[in-house]
Write a protein that binds this ligand. Sequence first.
Ligand code: VGL
Ligand code: ZN
Length: 198
Amino acid sequence: MKLEITKRDALVVVDMQKDFMPGGTLPVPGADAIVPTINQTIERFEKLSLPIFFTRDWHPKTHISFKENGGVWPAHCVQHTKGAQFCDGLHIPADNKFIISKGVSEDFDAYSGFQGTLLENLLHERGVTRLFICGIATDYCVKHTLLGAENLGFRTLLIEDAVKGVDLHPGDSDAAMHEMMQKGAILGTFEEIFGQDR
Ligand code: VGL
Ligand code: ZN
């Protein structure tokens, strides 16, 4: 494949936070293993001075998605706690990066990075028309962010070996990948999309 990356492209790194890593409160198995590929992707965009958006789950302690508040998830990514920090080893560029906090009000959940955030405006301001998407979890926030982008008219690419799913039910991640393709996403591995040199 090896696509040409242009000024109209941006990278979205979804929820690479400590609580979603092994040892966190809502661990996604193998999430730490994608950090190197995510970093290599970030470096590509950084070298081209293209914008990089880091979404993060940023919940109040009282968030409705938490079991103790009637939701389905163990408490995770509580604002200003260690678990909400970006994971160890994640390369966060000094320039041209944006942190997008979502799920910030107690009575709404937001699996999509577009929900209740300025992400769409920031992309439009910069003339971005195509998004490269990676991160966690394939079957939740990655999927909803990508589908949200497609609904808003962006073209999308999913970097297959730079995502990881929860798979609460076996097969959820595969089904999510299928749904994203059906919606128009291009799926490819890092090497297929960016070529062999890392
Ligand atoms: C996520 C479950 C709950 C995610 C966030 O980032 O995919 N999953 N909150
Ligand atoms: Zn959450």
